[in-house]
Design a protein around this ligand. Structure first.
Ligand SMILES: NC(=O)c1ccc[n+]([C@@H]2O[C@H](COP(=O)([O-])OP(=O)(O)OC[C@H]3O[C@@H](n4cnc5c(N)ncnc54)[C@H](OP(=O)(O)O)[C@@H]3O)[C@@H](O)[C@H]2O)c1
Length: 218
């Protein structure tokens, strides 16, 4: 039996990925939502509440799963608080965004590392907006972009740190995806991204930034 954790599995990309993984045999999926409620009910699926803005909620989530050996950790839950027409920094928004997208995600990951299997794979859902090599770079959405850039650096650092253990660490740029976060005009759907994430699970490389099945520049 393999175990996969998907944070933020109640909507969007996380929900699509949950639906894909639930079809696999000998797999148990642990999802999360901020309330603990979830649209999916299945024998091979459990959902626990998780608020990455709250250190106690993160600890309680880890307590709930610590009896398991985890094969895959998808750090998918994140927030986008930016107003798309205002490039100025708002310190409160910056702190809140970093608290969920970076500190909470890192705290959860660090607490789960002792519960990972030898060949586990940590997959951080990042963004092209966290990249330094984006061609269409602009000044908008600064809080979110900085949080994803830092998440990319954490991915690289952790992949080096864990290299000798066999645990792989990857980041993914899913593109612009039709979800509550991406909006209705996005050019990709969450099912396509879910299938790409599933293909990535058993790739042997570590420390790479993936987009549509290929590694891309950071
Ligand atoms: N959509 C895009 O175009 C796009 C582009 C690039 C990267 N991404 C990345 O892809 C990932 C998934 O995005 P999405 O578009 O699927 O997002 P989404 O539809 O907005 O779903 C967000 C998920 O995160 C959970 N969440 C929100 N705040 C949380 C918190 N404080 N603590 C824990 N969980 C929280 C939500 O739970 P509740 O349902 O309980 O609120 C929900 O399950 C994110 O990392 C995002 O940055 C998305």
């Amino acid at each position: 039996m393999k175990h996969a954790i998907i944070t933020g599995s109640s909507r969007g990309i996380g929900l699509a990925l949950t639906k894909v993984l639930i079809r696999l045999k000998d797999f148990k999926i642990i999802g999360s939502s901020t309330s603990g409620n979830h649209p999916i009910q299945a024998n091979s699926f459990e959902c626990y509440p998780l608020n990455l803005h709250d250190a106690n909620s993160i600890k309680t989530f880890v307590d709930n799963v610590q009896h398991l050996k985890i094969d895959y950790l998808f750090n998918n839950a994140e927030i986008l608080l930016d107003s798309s027409d205002d490039p100025k920094i708002d310190i409160q928004k910056l702190e809140h965004t970093f608290s969920v997208n970076l500190y909470g995600t890192i705290q959860l990951t660090e607490l789960l590392i002792p519960h990972l299997t030898e060949n586990a794979h940590i997959i951080n859902i990042s963004s092209g907006w966290g990249s330094f090599s984006e061609k269409n770079f602009d000044a908008f959405n600064p809080h979110y972009k900085m949080s994803k850039a830092a998440l990319n650096m954490y991915t690289k650092l952790l992949s080096e740190r864990l290299k000798s253990t066999g645990i792989r660490v990857s980041a993914v740029d899913p593109g612009w995806v039709k979800t509550d976060m991406g909006g209705a005009n996005a050019d990709r759907n969450s099912e396509e991204v879910a299938n790409e994430l599933m293909d990535l699970m058993d790739k042997s490389e570590t420390g790479k930034f993936w987009h549509q099945g290929s590694s891309r520049e950071w």
